[in-house]
Write a protein that binds this ligand. Structure first.
Ligand SMILES: Cc1cc2nc3c(=O)[nH]c(=O)nc-3n(C[C@H](O)[C@H](O)[C@H](O)COP(=O)(O)O)c2cc1C
Length: 353
């Protein structure tokens, strides 16, 4: 079970509130100023049960805070009167069914101190994760037209598929898992919801250019963990790896033996085993370790890179090492690059551009 798990209950004292705003820095903070601000803020947020994200970029702050209503009200009194920023504009303020930044007292990005790419991702995370509550509502209402039009609108606004997967679809899946764990939705709702997200994920596929397809050189077998009923992550990965030019096969084995047989006959460069992206299944660590042990023997030259993914790893509740894998994905996006690098390392191939 996740550490920070909330649900909408009838008692306002139990509600989790989320507040997002942007503001203008009154003077340009140095990297040391930002470190100090984040460090102090984290300490206080931890004490108040508040989690969130803070981004500084080109003279502007963007922040999302989430936590008990009373804690946020107290904290907001301090932040809004802080003279380090001005022109504060509240972007959204509402009750949420589940936290988006549950693992972070304050996930902070100083865009000027980090790369432009990381800043773009942080901004994307901020803008896209704000859509998660709407997305959950659409999913629980079974409104597939609404889901597809929300995603289409985001794609039209220029959000790329990777960002939509990492910052909207996967967090929505986790929030749905939390809603199921706290009995706010049925297993049927969860399963249907994940399938709708899966279809929505297909809709944002980037079509590979002929040049990208020419780069096709590695193969991967994407499998759900034996017996795992959820296949959202496996399906999202299939799109991403295909688009990145890999040869992709999928497996939904019902036993370790079925997986080992497929692996032995295909001998792919990499194997990915996915647990549910929605629900953290802690009781599966020992079982997954066994599955991976058997898979290693099935790979003739032992060079197959084995990756794992799912809510358990996204929450950092388990690591690759815990289950004997080479890499644990926190998100589907970007996995093809990391796994290709591991394949090259194992074979001691030179880095390609
Ligand atoms: C952009 C910005 C974001 C901030 N975020 C937080 C925060 O998340 N948590 C926090 O405790 N303080 C945060 N602070 C600092 C608070 O404004 C305040 O200085 C601090 O909470 C101490 O409160 P006090 O002065 O009322 O004792 C932030 C300040 C700024 C300028």
């Amino acid at each position: 079970m996740p550490e920070q798990r909330e649900s909408v209950t009838t008692n306002p004292a139990d509600w989790t509130s989320s507040l997002s705003y942007q503001s203008r820095a009154t003077s340009k903070p140095t990297a040391a100023d930002m470190r100090e601000l984040s460090w102090k803020a984290r300490e206080r947020n931890r004490a108040l049960g508040v989690t969130g994200l803070l981004l500084y970029d080109k003279g502007r702050f963007f922040q999302t805070l989430e936590g008990p209503v009373e804690s946020l009200t107290t904290l907001w009194q301090s932040i809004r009167s802080d003279t380090r920023h001005t022109d504060i504009e509240i972007l959204s303020e509402h009750i949420i069914p589940a936290r988006l930044f549950g693992s972070w007292d304050l996930l902070s990005y100083d865009a000027e101190a980090i790369s432009a790419e990381a800043a773009r991702r942080a901004r994307a995370a901020h803008a896209l994760t704000r859509q998660v509550p709407d997305m959950i509502k659409l999913v629980l209402d079974g409104d597939d037209i609404g889901i597809n039009s929300l995603i289409a609108t985001l794609a039209e606004k220029g959000w790329d598929g990777d960002s939509i997967v990492t910052s909207l679809i996967e967090p929505t899946a986790r929030a749905l898992g939390d809603a199921w764990l706290s009995d706010d939705c049925s297993e049927f709702d969860l399963t249907i919801g994940l399938s709708m997200l899966q279809l929505a994920g297909h809709a944002v596929r980037h079509t590979p250019t002929p040049q990208e397809l020419r780069g096709r050189k590695y193969s991967i077998l994407l499998a759900t963990a034996p017996g795992e009923p959820h296949a959202l992550g496996t399906s999202l990965l299939a799109d991403l790896f295909t688009d990145a030019g890999w040869q992709v096969d999928m497996a939904f084995p019902d036993s370790d033996q079925a997986l080992v047989n497929q692996l032995a006959s295909q001998q792919p460069d990499a194997l990915d085993i996915g647990l549910s992206d929605a629900v953290p299944r802690r009781d599966t660590i020992a079982k997954l370790r066994e599955t991976i042990g058997k898979s290693r023997f099935a790979a003739a030259d032992q060079l197959t890179v084995i990756s794992v993914g799912g809510r358990l790893f996204a929450d950092a509740a388990a690591t690759a090492r815990n289950v004997g894998a080479d890499i644990a994905r926190e998100t589907a996006a970007g996995s093809s690059i990391r796994i290709a690098e591991l394949i090259r390392q194992k074979r001691q191939e030179p880095r390609s551009g």
